[in-house]
Design a protein around this ligand. Structure first.
Ligand SMILES: *Cc1c(COP(=O)(O)O)cnc(C)c1O
Length: 376
């Protein structure tokens, strides 16, 4: 095969291996055939095992859609009548969860914290104490917009202490940061095939507590297509998705899972860590500053502040790198200039070294001073 290899440093989709790309090229098949249902059964089990879920307690429910579908499904499906959602919000993805609550008219509390700080756990506890009608606590693990890591184990423990269930957006940490679903006090976590698994877009999944899903059978039904119990129940009865699955993405994900287990949880996380360290080393050398203090970074995303050089133009730098096979990405914090470099995907340290050669050239051809300058 001769497909150009691009190094994606954006926060997903990520760079994939050629074997994963090729796994999509299969004979045409109707996904209602038993053969296909069999493939999805193994896929669901393999995904549950990534977070060390006990198969008697947790299951994986697949959806056709991008990662946001998971947040939508969890929030709209898991709230009993008369109860409230608490969103522990310190970034763009938890804000998205708040917007979903607004769209469905779900009673919720948007507990906001600064985007560059971990949430204050005492404030979380206080809110739970004062609102005994909170049934669902939701937050984001790696806030991909900034690369901040949230203390989910602690937030989950508080949720449970006050009788609530805990759902976490792990879209940008799943299959990268080792997670033990039980130990982390998680009832529901989620991701998409194109992020940590290094497969293709179109397949998303929720790993969740079976007894909580069973309970939600009688909760208010707020969506037809995006209802968790409905999709779970259909899987249990038929082994299939309720509606057409993303067939080729399923094949690619099965191959990606083989490669995940062949690389191994620890070795994969070690690789992401060395890529992350190489990103920091390269940025440090050029004088860039981080937006988030290093101690609370996820180890997967670096948000670097735009320098105050009058010649700095993110899009010119982006285009120079893009033309040479490297994709960089703007930030996601309002009114603050920054760009992001991410350690996702089938990449390693030599890719980052090659990237920084190109990136430094991009600064030079645009007459941007090195080391880069900041006013304060
Ligand atoms: C990528 C991502 C999502 C999903 O975004 P989509 O564009 O819908 O795929 C959700 N949460 C987090 C934390 C993410 O990084």
């Amino acid at each position: 095969m001769n497909i150009k290899r691009n190094v994606l440093l954006n926060p997903g989709p990520s760079t994939t291996t050629d074997t994963v790309k090729m796994a999509q090229i299969v004979p045409d098949i109707c996904p209602r055939e038993k053969e296909f249902a069999g493939l999805m059964k193994g896929l669901r089990t393999d995904i549950t095992k990534i977070v060390h879920g006990d198969l008697n307690k947790y299951t994986t429910v697949l959806f056709c859609g991008s990662g946001t579908i998971n947040i939508d499904v969890c929030l709209n499906s898991l709230l009993p009548e008369g109860k409230k959602v608490l969103v522990v919000n310190n970034g763009a993805y938890s804000t998205r969860a708040v917007q979903i609550c607004e769209y469905y008219g779900l009673p919720h509390i948007d507990l906001k914290f600064p985007v560059n700080e971990q949430p204050d756990l005492e404030a979380v506890e206080e809110t739970l104490k004062n609102n005994p009608d909170i049934y669902l606590v939701h937050t984001t693990h790696n806030e991909t917009g900034t690369g901040l890591l949230n203390p989910i184990k602690e937030i989950g423990a508080l949720a449970h202490q006050y009788g609530a269930i805990f759902s976490v957006d792990t879209t940008s940490s799943f299959a990268m940061i080792p997670i033990d679903i039980d130990e982390y006090n998680i009832d529901f976590c989620m991701a998409s095939a194109q992020k940590g698994l290094m497969a293709m877009t179109g397949l998303s999944f929720i790993v969740g507590n079976i007894s909580e899903i069973e309970k939600s059978r009688d909760y208010p039904k707020r969506s037809y297509y995006c209802n968790l119990f409905r999709q779970y129940d259909y899987f249990e009865k038929t082994g299939e998705m309720n509606f057409t699955p993303p067939v080729q993405t399923v094949y690619a994900t099965i191959q990606a899972l083989k490669e995940y287990y062949a690389e191994g949880e620890e070795a994969k996380w070690a690789r992401h860590t060395r890529v992350f360290n190489a990103l920091h080393a390269g940025l440090d050398k050029l004088g860039f500053k981080d937006f988030i203090p290093r101690e609370i970074q996820s180890g997967l995303v670096v948000a670097a502040l735009y320098p105050d050089d009058p010649n700095w133009d993110f899009f010119k730098v982006h285009d120079y790198c893009y033309e040479r096979g490297f994709t960089i990405y703007p930030g996601k914090v309002e009114k603050k200039g920054m760009f992001r470099l991410c350690a996702l995907g089938a990449i390693d340290v030599p890719d980052i070294e090659n990237f920084f050669k190109v990136f430094e050239e991009a600064l030079k051809v645009n007459n941007i001073q090195i080391p880069v300058i900041y006013n304060k």
